[in-house]
Design a protein around this ligand. Structure first.
Ligand code: CTP
Length: 409
């Protein structure tokens, strides 16, 4: 997906070992459709050559405010006026301190100061040793940077080039790309708190075995990401899946339907939107053996009894906040045939304003899907597309149906 098509990103590099990751970031930005203009400080050029960054961005790198290639000799003005965003990755502790002071004695800081502050966002990806990161001066500077209107993207934790382990690593290129893409999405869910369930549940038979299904969780994770991109606070309650948590999303992992219900009930208290994408097991074993069920050699197979699991969506939809319209509930239906008919009936049965239908076998584990939106007004199809694109379209559809956004009759 060319999420950054038509966007002009100025990628600023300052001095730090993490410059090696900026090469990959540059490549990802270009792959996502962005035009990338690299600007480097003198210190950055000690860590990675401008030649590498020029080759990857396809444009000559700017290193100095005295660059005579600009006809008016004002690269700080020209570069910042063309930009849709300035991304500083890596941003060193020293460079952050310089930004806080409004210093401008070299091109990159000069350009940050000269940027049209209301139109050109400044995204900052710090990178430094853990002690430098934890130092009160750095933390004070980051708070000030935030107050001055920059977006500080946070840091990773782990092994550092100096041999120490802790906070301060620059975020990975893919994580930075996710943050940059999010910056440009319309904030249609600003101020909302969205709870999403995703993936299968796992109903244990004994400590070794259990019953589950083929849900990959991809659609739910894409929706959680899209909701966060749209400005919502997002809680993702996930069954057992092998997926990365989207940036900025708070995730709770559960196994069984009962655990999922408990987590949802807790999170839903403060939520304004509940989106149930999880493929919750309809039944669980009536008893869970505390030890592994063994063959006893007589060829007899165990007899299993099941009880019905709670219907999480129906239960939340019956809550007072949902009935008052403070909590907007969205359900999913995976059907194998007669999608429209089943989806309509399911929406009524679950008592929810919006139900999203899809044909299960066509979507499980896939990266794309098509969706059918069923509400009181009728049926609307979102044609086949990557799950993230569908998730963004669905988020826009949900936003338009929230009480404050509904057109007045
Ligand atoms: N759901 C839920 N809790 C359950 C079962 C389902 O929250 N115990 C939610 C799913 O997350 C989905 C919706 O309800 O949003 C539809 O689930 P589905 O299993 O397809 O519907 P059922 O009501 O179980 O109907 P059927 O199995 O007959 O198709």
């Amino acid at each position: 997906m060319q999420d950054l098509a038509g966007k002009h990103i100025v990628l600023g590099l300052t001095g730090g070992v993490a410059c090696y990751k900026s090469a990959e970031l540059c490549r990802l930005l270009v792959k996502a459709g962005a035009q990338v203009q690299v600007v480097m400080t003198e210190a950055a050029a000690q860590f990675i050559t401008p030649v590498t960054m020029q080759a990857l961005s396809g444009r000559p790198v700017y290193l100095s405010q005295w660059d005579a290639r600009e006809p008016n000799n004002m690269p700080h003005i020209n570069l910042s006026r063309e930009a849709d965003a300035i991304v500083l990755a890596p941003a060193s502790a020293d460079f952050i301190a310089r930004l806080v002071q409004g210093r401008s004695d070299e091109l990159l800081s000069l350009m940050c100061l000269a940027r049209p502050i209301d139109r050109v966002p400044l995204l900052v990806a710090p990178a430094m040793n853990r002690e430098m990161w934890a130092h009160p001066a750095t933390q004070r500077n980051l708070r000030q940077l935030d107050a001055d209107g920059a977006r500080v993207l946070g840091v990773g934790t782990g092994w550092q080039a100096c041999g120490e382990t802790g906070d301060g690593r620059m975020l990975e290129p893919a994580q930075l790309l996710e943050e940059i893409v999010a910056q440009f999405q319309p904030k249609v869910l600003a101020g909302q708190h969205v709870v999403v369930t995703a993936g299968p549940t796992f109903e244990a038979l004994d400590p070794i075995r259990g019953i589950t299904n083929h849900s990959s969780g991809k659609m739910g994770f894409a929706i959680a990401r899209a909701a966060r991109e749209a400005g919502a606070q997002v809680t993702l309650i996930a069954g057992p899946v092998h997926l990365e948590t989207p940036r900025g999303v708070q995730r709770t992992d559960v196994l069984s339907a009962e655990k999922m219900l408990a987590a949802v009930v807790d999170a839903a208290q403060a939520a304004t939107v509940f989106i149930a994408t999880a493929a919750v097991a309809d039944w669980r074993p009536a008893e869970q053996a505390s030890q592994k069920i063994k063959k006893n050699g007589d060829g007899q197979t165990p007899v299993l009894h099941f009880v019905e699991n709670p219907d999480i969506l129906a239960q939340v939809a019956r809550s007072e906040r949902a009935r008052q319209g403070t909590l907007f509930c969205v359900g999913f239906a995976a059907e194998s045939e007669n999608l429209v008919e089943h989806a309509r009936a399911k929406r009524e049965r679950k008592g929810i304003p919006l139900l999203v239908g899809n044909i299960g076998p066509l979507t499980f584990g896939q990266d794309d899907n098509s969706l059918l939106l069923v509400d009181a007004q009728g049926v609307r199809e979102l044609p086949r597309a990557p799950k993230l694109q569908l998730a963004r379209e669905l988020v826009a559809e949900i936003a338009a149906r929230l009480p404050r956004n509904r057109p007045t009759p």
